[in-house]
Structure formats: structure tokens, C-alpha cells
Design a binder for this molecule. Structure first.
Ligand code: SF4
Length: 160
């Protein structure tokens, strides 16, 4: 009797499902379509990263004009109390599973405009939506933004 042990066919189907799951994660991490919300001086660095010199598209990261077609939200610049409901609306329209990157100190923790320094700013986009990767810097260099994207891809490949 092989009580408690999976049979050969169960082993094969388990193996097949785990391989299929790995393939799906690999495909998902290599085809992140992003929608960018940029409200500060970080936008220059973000646009440079998206341009031909750094070329994020070689990572499968393609820009979208509609949040409903994107699964990655790039947030840079200050998030204010007034803009927070709009940002939440954009996040809710996005495809699931969805991911968020906070680029620069304003988007990550409020920076110069955090709640203890300003009455209009929020201490980062994480106050309203979950953030997967924070990229430090004021502004972050394109290399740091690319490193953040690679970190997100590794996180997606490793998630259960
Ligand atoms: S993190 Fe620095 S560069 Fe980026 S929006 Fe804030 S102040 Fe500007």
C-alpha cells in the first residue's frame, strides 16, 4: 500500500501544474504593461528611463494610456489629499493581479511634502494603495528605476 504517497499520475500532474504556474509567473513578470501617474520633478527621470537610451520595453514593460489595460502602476511625485481619490480610482480600474511601484521619495514616503511638513501632502502612495516596490532617490536615477523593475519581476516569479 502506498498510503499517503502520491501515485505516479498524481506526481505527473503536480509536476505539470507547478511547471505551468512557473511559466505563467515568468510570462507575467516579462509582460508588465504600465500606467504612469507623474506629478512632480521625478517625471523627467521616469521619461528618460522609458526613452530609447534605457529602453524599458526590452523588459516587456509597455506603456498604456488606459488603466484598465495596465497591470503595473508607476507613481512618481507628490500624492496629495486632493489627488488621492483619483489615484484610488485608477488603481481600482486596473487589471488583476496588479502591481505598484513608488518612484522617488515623494511617492514613497512623502519626501518634502509628507504629512508632518505639509497640510496637503500624504506620506506616500502607500497610504492609499499597497505598494510592491519603493525606489529611493530625489529624483531616482534611471538605473534605480530599472533596478526596481527587476526587483518586481523577481518578486512576481517568486510569489505563491
Ligand atoms: S522625490 Fe524629489 S525629484 Fe521626485 S518629485 Fe519629489 S522632490 Fe521632485
Amino acid at each position: 500500500m502506498n498510503k499517503g504517497r502520491p501515485s505516479a499520475s498524481e506526481n505527473q500532474s503536480g509536476f505539470f501544474l507547478s511547471k505551468l504556474e512557473s511559466a505563467m509567473k515568468w510570462a507575467r513578470s516579462g509582460s508588465l504593461w504600465y500606467y504612469a501617474v507623474q506629478s512632480g520633478c521625478c517625471a523627467d527621470e521616469v521619461m528618460e528611463t522609458l526613452g530609447s537610451r534605457y529602453d524599458l520595453e526590452r523588459f516587456g514593460c509597455v506603456p498604456q494610456l488606459e488603466p484598465s489595460q495596465a497591470d503595473l502602476l508607476l507613481v512618481s511625485g507628490v500624492v496629495t489629499r486632493k489627488s488621492a481619490p483619483h489615484l484610488l480610482q485608477i488603481y481600482e480600474k486596473m487589471l488583476a493581479p496588479k502591481y505598484v511601484m513608488a518612484l522617488g521619495s515623494c511617492a514613497s514616503c512623502g519626501g518634502l511634502f509628507s504629512e508632518d511638513r505639509s497640510y496637503t501632502g500624504l506620506s506616500g502612495v502607500g497610504r492609499i494603495i499597497p505598494v510592491d516596490v519603493h525606489v529611493p532617490g530625489c529624483p531616482p536615477r534611471p538605473e534605480a528605476i530599472m533596478n526596481g523593475l527587476i526587483t518586481l519581476q523577481e518578486k512576481i516569479r517568486g510569489e505563491s
